[in-house]
Design a protein around this ligand. Structure first.
Ligand code: FAD
Length: 435
């Protein structure tokens, strides 16, 4: 019988291996640790959490709460492990990281269908179906190989993420739509600033608290992902020639060019998410909220994704992948985890389940599948495979990815409740249809 190779024993890799093995397929799971380490992992365990020990909110009206509930329906090993090894953390699912990784390592190593091979993989194996789940710190040699295999421009080594806000939390009376020099139609929402407003914003930005860079992240700035606060440190005028430049933009309410302008661009086709153009940042999350809410129109903005800059390895999924996570140019190769351009522990694990399911279906002679876009898993898959490839940056679970409710629902919590219930219903229906 044919084998399924899973490369990388992290959050996505163990889910893919588990799903395929539970469906009765032989799996070879390759993990390079402890022979070769990453700059962030500290142990030789599978599914090691490299930083915080939380998998996000529990309540299904939070994006990650909904995602985790869907993962549970999909038979997630990560969620099973997290529930068994949880520690109290208010409304969040946090775990004892040692016990969490121990539980998973034991389950995987003792599965009769899984062979764990402690080796660095340097190219995609010729034999069998392969799931690539080597994560944000994919080994150098394999990264180099992937660049050759996929195309030089199709693999990034850093992310430079600008914050994204929910479109329905913006005060449009203070902004206007339009592009610089009138070119490109109404592609951008412009938030104009007076000199006083800019001064206030600039001071807040200079004083805000930053997340220190890790050593292995420092090379990033040479790759042209300068954080906005770093740019601001070069002088008060610098931003006015950079991301906040007003030239070519006339405020229709005054007929004049504003002193400074922040531009927001639609992040998805539905226009439910707007991206602060050029605002990649290392500010701490609460500081982003405080400082960026000083931008006119964003006083009450809710953030769907905060800005960040990381060492990260990810492929240009909108060009390379089908929504089933298969590589377009070789459908017997699938990708899963952070390397596909999702961001976060549960997000990475969730794509691992789908990759494991589809690798199995390929062996079973069935069509690969994906959950409906009304589910959080389905919406993430849709996003990473249909986002604008020019601006593609990793994405976490959030409600702006889901199609809006079919009817008007008053109140944020009611809307989220509706979206979550619809998602879970659709996921259950979809799963029933598969079996
Ligand atoms: P990983 O969990 O990293 O798994 C990939 C595995 O592949 C690793 O075990 C690695 O050793 C192995 N591997 C790599 N190359 C090869 C090879 N050539 N051959 C064999 N094995 C290989 N997300 C959060 O939600 N919260 C956080 O706090 C958080 N902190 C992070 C901190 C850092 C420093 C980084 C880099 C990322 C962080 N993330 C965080 C993002 C992301 O959720 C995690 O990185 C997550 O572990 C990704 O899951 P994954 O399965 O894609 O990759």
């Amino acid at each position: 019988a044919e084998v399924i190779n899973v490369i990388g024993g992290g959050l996505a890799g163990v889910e893919a291996a588990w799903k395929a093995a539970e469906r009765g397929h032989k799996v070879r799971l390759f993990e390079m640790r402890p022979k070769k380490n990453t700059p962030a992992h500290k142990t030789d365990k599978l599914a090691e959490l490299v930083c915080s020990n939380t998998l996000g909110g529990i309540d299904i009206t939070t994006p990650r709460g909904l995602l985790k509930k869907e993962m549970e329906l999909l038979g997630s090993l990560i969620i099973d492990a997290a529930k068994r090894t949880s520690v109290p953390a208010g409304g969040a699912l946090a775990v004892d990281r040692e016990k969490f990784a121990d539980y998973i390592t034991e389950k995987i190593e003792n599965h009769p269908n899984i062979e764990v091979i402690r080796e660095e993989v340097k190219e995609i194996p010729e034999e069998g179906i392969t799931v690539v789940a080597t994560g944000p710190l994919t080994s150098n040699e394999f990264s180099k190989y992937l660049r050759e295999y996929l195309g030089q421009e199709e693999l990034s080594f850093y992310d430079a993420i600008s914050p994204i806000v929910y479109a329905d939390t913006i005060d449009y009376s203070k902004c206007f739509w339009g592009s610089r020099w009138g070119k490109g139609g109404d592609d951008y929402l412009n938030c104009p600033m007076t000199e006083e407003e800019y001064d206030r914003f600039y001071r807040a930005l200079m004083e805000a608290e930053k997340v220190p860079l890790k050593d292995f992240e420092k090379a990033c700035y040479f790759e042209g992902c300068m954080p906005i606060e770093e740019m601001a440190e070069r002088g008060k005028e610098t931003l006015l020639f950079g991301p906040l430049r007003p030239v070519g933009l006339i405020d229709p309410r005054t007929g004049k060019q504003p002193y400074a302008v922040v531009q927001l661009r639609k992040e998805n086709r539905e226009g439910t998410l707007l991206n602060l153009v050029g605002f990649q940042t290392k500010l701490k999350y609460p500081e982003q909220k405080r400082v960026f809410r000083l931008i006119p129109g964003l006083e009450n903005a809710e953030f769907a994704r905060y800005g960040s800059i990381h060492r990260n390895t990810f492929i240009k999924s909108p060009v390379l992948l089908k929504r089933t996570l298969q590589l377009k140019k070789n459908p017997r190769v699938l990708f899963a985890g952070q390397i596909t351009g999702v961001e976060g522990y549960p997000e990475s694990a969730a794509t691992g389940i789908i990759a494991g399911l589809n690798a199995s279906r390929l062996l079973e002679g069935k069509e690969p599948v994906y959950p409906p876009e009304t589910t959080m898993v389905g919406a993430l898959l849709k996003y990473i495979t249909s986002a604008d490839p020019k601006h593609f940056q990793p994405m976490n679970a959030n409600f702006g990815l889901l199609p809006p409710p079919e009817r008007r629902i008053k109140g944020k919590l009611n809307r989220r409740k509706y979206l979550s219930e619809r998602a879970l219903r659709d996921m259950e229906k979809w799963l029933k249809g598969l079996s």
